[in-house]
Design a protein around this ligand. Structure first.
Ligand SMILES: Cc1cc2nc3c(=O)[nH]c(=O)nc-3n(C[C@H](O)[C@H](O)[C@H](O)COP(=O)(O)OP(=O)(O)OC[C@H]3O[C@@H](n4cnc5c(N)ncnc54)[C@H](O)[C@@H]3O)c2cc1C
Length: 405
């Protein structure tokens, strides 16, 4: 095969042999010519020539992490500035992005008065743990790479689960780490924003993993496919709200004939002036927000309602109170079959582990991780539980809880 010479910029990773000499410094000794020679040997019997080398660098495999990510929660570091590792698994940019997103929404919430300054401390506790996990994976993975050069079949087999591959240590390590390296394995520990048994918000209606829901706080919201009612488009629910800095409240409404009272009660309690829904409402009520799909009433929150009913039977204004009907672009019918839950009538409800008839409320952090899951019931309970969670998150007294002097 001859690759034409014109306009070809190619990036090559070339493994340079290591040395047992403790003074050996590949950055000083490995020249571009030496690296090119390695590339030629690896590619033999094919040949490779260069018109010019645009850039080259020698990277000794190693892992490094900063002791702290922040100085007094005023100076913050993220990305390569605070964690470095080998480039073998393509994680540097992913991790840097997630660091930035994790920090950005928290700064936005503090600046907007939605959260106390103390929320900023969760940046380091959440992201440093992930970097430590990454470094641990990278150390194991890089060792396998360095121990010997993996064959083309091994590399192909590791990146293509369906392809032919011998299941050796290299492939097993890669596959076992796929959840983590794809980004879905990020798991934050319980803290103020990720509900857990020691969270300040305690309420009998709060659900936990395998006790009423399959969602885990501090982990990503499960992907689900639903029908958007206003235009009948089949959409990915988890992608419906853009990265707009708002908490996402998914109201899984169950079967409307069974839950209409609970949904009305929830809306009535959300509308009280001291609820988390009302307290951050836009103050400039005269401004026309008709076209604001995601934040018509506040930038603190975006609401979605998902009903266990075929799209053709949904009448938004007749079935939903004004608070939820206002978010009409975010009303969905849970009527798409999903092979992961083949027996479910409402597959999105089922994937979240929620009761398909009764529904439930899922609060997702602005960066897509589950904050808390609450049962949907008639009366004040659901709103109380949500107010308790948001009281802890915002540092404000919400709902029925009022300071008594
Ligand atoms: C060859 C190579 C291949 C890679 N391949 C992958 C890959 O396939 N997948 C992957 O996920 N990651 C990959 N990475 C890693 C990824 O590029 C980095 O981890 C990621 O870019 C880190 O992002 P960052 O924002 O922390 O830092 P950077 O992207 O390095 O951004 C730092 C910025 O700060 C600027 N800067 C520095 N000093 C100053 C100063 N004093 N004042 C103002 N600005 C300053 C720099 O110019 C730079 O623009 C690769 C890296 C390299 C080098």
């Amino acid at each position: 095969m001859v690759i034409p010479r014109e306009n070809n910029m190619v990036r090559l990773y070339i493994q340079v042999a290591s040395s047992t000499d403790k003074d050996w410094n590949p950055r000083k000794t490995a020249t571009a010519e030496e690296v090119q020679q390695h590339a030629k040997e690896i590619l033999r019997p094919y040949t490779i020539t260069w018109d010019r080398v645009e850039w080259f660098s020698v990277y000794p495999i190693g892992q490094g992490i900063a002791e702290n990510y922040t100085l007094d929660e005023r100076v913050f570091m993220g990305g390569d500035a605070c964690h470095t590792h080998s480039p073998k698994a393509g994680q540097g940019m992913n991790t840097a992005f997630l660091d930035a997103v994790n920090l950005a929404w928290k700064i936005h919430h503090v600046e907007s008065g939605f959260a106390p300054r103390s929320i900023l401390s969760t940046y380091e506790s959440e992201r440093k743990l992930i970097a430590e996990n990454l470094l641990d994976f990278d150390a194991r993975y890089a060792k396998l790479f360095s121990a010997r050069i993996p064959s083309a079949g091994e590399v192909a087999g590791a990146s293509n689960a369906s392809g032919p591959a011998e299941e050796n240590e290299f492939i097993k390590t890669f596959k076992a780490s796929c959840e983590f390296t794809s980004g879905y394995g990020v798991a934050y520990n319980p803290n103020t924003i990720n509900w857990g048994p020691s969270h300040p918000a305690q309420h009998p209606l709060i659900l936990s993993y395998q006790k009423g829901t399959s969602l885990r706080t501090g982990r990503t919201f499960h992907p689900a496919t639903v029908t958007r009612v206003v235009d009948s488009n089949v959409v990915h629910l988890e992608q419906e709200i853009p990265l707009n800095g708002s908490y996402r409240m998914y109201i899984f409404g169950g079967t409307p004939s069974r839950t209409s009272r609970a949904i009305k009660d929830l809306s009535a309690h959300l509308s009280t002036p001291s609820s988390f829904y009302s307290i951050f409402a836009h103050r400039d009520t005269n401004k026309d927000r008709y076209h604001e799909r995601h934040n018509p009433h506040t930038t603190f929150l975006t609401l979605c309602t998902i009903l266990n009913v075929p799209r053709g039977q949904v009448d938004i204004d007749a079935m939903l109170p004004a608070v939820l009907a206002r978010y009409r672009d975010h009303v969905y019918a849970d009527d798409i079959w999903d092979q992961r839950v083949p027996d479910a009538k409402a597959s999105a409800h089922a994937k979240m582990g929620l009761n398909e008839e009764e529904g439930g409320i899922v609060v997702v952090r602005p960066d897509g991780y589950v904050g808390v899951v609450v049962r949907l019931v008639e009366g004040t309970g659901t709103a109380e539980a949500l107010n308790k969670y948001f009281s802890a998150v915002t540092g404000k007294t919400l709902g029925e809880e009022r300071a008594v002097l």
